[in-house]
Design a protein around this ligand. Sequence first.
Ligand code: HEC
Ligand code: HEC
Length: 254
Amino acid sequence: MFSRRFWAVALCTFVVIVTVGGGPTAAEEDRSPKNLQFFPKDMKREDLIPLMRNFSFALGVACTHCHGTEEQTGFNLSGVDFSLDIKPAKEKARSMLRMTDEINKKLLAPIPASSLDLKVRCFTCHSGLPLPESIEDRVLRKIYAKGIDSAIEDYRAVREDYHGSAAYNFLQQPLVEVASALHGDGQYKEAAAISKLNLEFHPESGQSRFRLAEAYFQLGDKESARRTYREILSVRPEDKRVLARLEELGDTQP
Ligand code: HEC
Ligand code: HEC
């Protein structure tokens, strides 16, 4: 259901609510924000915290991703001075606030809105990741940087960590696109490996089976290509591309 990361963020925000709850004591007044550069300077802490929880949720990070000293990480908030600007992520978040504001107020506003009148939010792009990279881009980046085995290992680990979250799409389509891109780049061995990986999680994926057969075909592995095209044909007997390939391979049996 929810990842460890999700609960960690939920727990962290719960602790914060407990900490800031209660009446406006002198100590509370003391904790009013001192270093707001985007939000109104006199914004109350209790109005700010829900926005902060939203940042954490949208990026799938703890408060200390942006706050505290370099030594202060994870979910322990004791001693964290939120007014300091130490971590680059905090300044980036300010730029992101300005950017999101500009998108909504300047760029989106003149476009006739749907009945839902939606706005761009942090989550619209980030969907639970600090760096909003799609799984396709991630897999391709890993393949070109570290090779296919390492990329597949990374995919498995990420799938384990994020399955069921909005962060990455683990349906069949992204890896079909990756295999397709690799094929276009002449990386047939890699395309075959990615298609096999996809078939492991989506055994019914006709698109992946076709990508695999095509990779075998290009690699000159005629027997594997023929067998794989045949498997597709057993589900889609009329598939013209597959029939043409089988003919090329000299397999003309009905
Ligand atoms: C993605 C980065 C990011 C995350 C995550 C984040 N914050 Fe912030 N926080 C900011 C930025 C940026 C500001 C300053 C906003 C401004 O300049 O108007 C800020 C300001 C604050 C302030 C006001 C500090 C002051 O005195 O000026 C508090 C308190 C705060 N955050 C608490 C939290 C808590 C608690 C969490 C976790 C639930 C959290 N933040 C998560 C970016 C973040
Ligand atoms: C239009 C899409 C979009 C929106 C909306 C958006 N971001 Fe980003 N954000 C990005 C992209 C893309 C990057 C990565 C840029 C890069 O590679 O450095 C990023 C990077 C960041 C980073 C740096 C993360 C890191 O760990 O280095 C922070 C912090 C951040 N965004 C916060 C926010 C917050 C807070 C909001 C909402 C106020 C927001 N973003 C809204 C697209 C967006």
